[in-house]
Design a protein around this ligand. Structure first.
Ligand SMILES: Nc1ncnc2c1ncn2[C@@H]1O[C@H](COP(=O)(O)OP(=O)(O)OP(=O)(O)O)[C@@H](O)[C@H]1O
Ligand SMILES: [Mg+2]
Length: 276
């Protein structure tokens, strides 16, 4: 305080010596503008329970290779991954996680679905799984969902998100895509993405949003989207992914968001995802 006064007096004396008659002093306690968020009209919360439901039969789960709907032989690797990722995200206050891989068919969608179902076994948590792979969408087909619109239509503001989300469990909803979308990178890069994600979060207050993304090295869709998430998980295929690919992806991801883990999928047997 005393130091500031002295500095102010010196500054005034200097300015007066320099011939400036009037010295304007501006208080240091100027009120700061509130966060942008505080100016946004609060939306009424959407009714989570009003979202359309789609039941998952044992057959659908099996065919989609979802092993985490209940405690099962292969669920433990995913449950461990869920617990570690969740701990880190809670500690950091993160809510959005991206799932990507270097190349196609490494198991991103399978990991995203299993992580989502594993989380859904924690009844106090609410999760939304969003398919941000607009090029090769697979979640609606895998889980036999028929949404009125997909993430692409929601981003284009063609279908509102309450009509596009489908609840597959009490505490788990999915925003999948019905078809492939042209110009997917432009759409994922567009200004509407941050707004739409905020609106969904404000409406349903999910504890976690999981984004199933396209492969990192095949197009710039994923790079365009990584700025919207808090962290990412890199899925690799034990048989196909090279060390050079992993290194390149780790660099690309780390430049944009926090990498919370690398999944070594299809490790040894083709029957289980393992390694984390
Ligand atoms: N650990 C695994 N064991 C057996 N099959 C698996 C395993 N992981 C993935 N698969 C199967 O491999 C195929 C590709 O998996 P998935 O669709 O999850 O990959 P992806 O990375 O999402 O592919 P894309 O790049 O096309 O989006 C699917 O048929 C999936 O069921
Ligand atoms: Mg996929």
């Amino acid at each position: 305080m005393a130091v500031e006064r002295v500095q102010s007096a010196i500054a005034r004396a200097r300015a007066q010596r320099a011939g400036l008659e009037t010295v304007y002093e501006i208080d240091e306690d100027l009120p700061m503008a509130e966060d942008e968020e505080d100016f946004i009209e609060p939306l009424p919360p959407e009714d989570w329970n009003a979202l359309p439901k789609s039941g998952m039969t044992a057959r659908i789960l099996d065919r989609a290779r979802i092993v985490t709907a209940g405690l099962a032989e292969h669920s433990s690797a995913f449950d461990m991954m869920r617990t570690k990722v969740l701990q880190r995200m809670k500690t950091e206050g993160w809510k959005r996680i991206a799932i990507t891989s270097p190349d196609k068919s490494c198991g991103k969608s399978m990991v995203a679905m299993n992580l989502a179902f594993s989380l859904s076994r924690q009844v106090e948590l609410r999760t939304i799984l969003v398919e941000a792979d607009l090029r090769q969408p697979s979640l609606a087909k895998a889980m036999r969902l028929s949404p009125q619109g997909g993430f692409a239509e929601v981003l284009r503001r063609e279908v509102p998100f309450p009509k596009s989300l489908v609840r597959v469990r009490e505490n788990l909803a999915v925003l999948a895509n019905r078809d492939r979308s042209p110009a997917s990178a432009e759409l994922l890069h567009s200004d509407s993405v941050p707004g739409v994600l905020k609106e969904i979060e404000r409406a349903y207050r999910p504890d976690m949003m999981i984004f199933d993304l396209p492969p990192l090295m095949l197009a710039d869709d994923t790079l365009a989207f990584l700025g919207n998430v808090d962290c990412a998980l890199l899925v690799t295929s034990a048989e196909h992914t090279t060390t050079a690919q992993v290194e390149a992806c780790v660099r690309e991801i780390s430049d944009r968001t926090a990498l919370v883990g690398v999944v070594l999928n299809k490790y040894r047997s083709a029957g289980a995802a393992s390694g984390y």
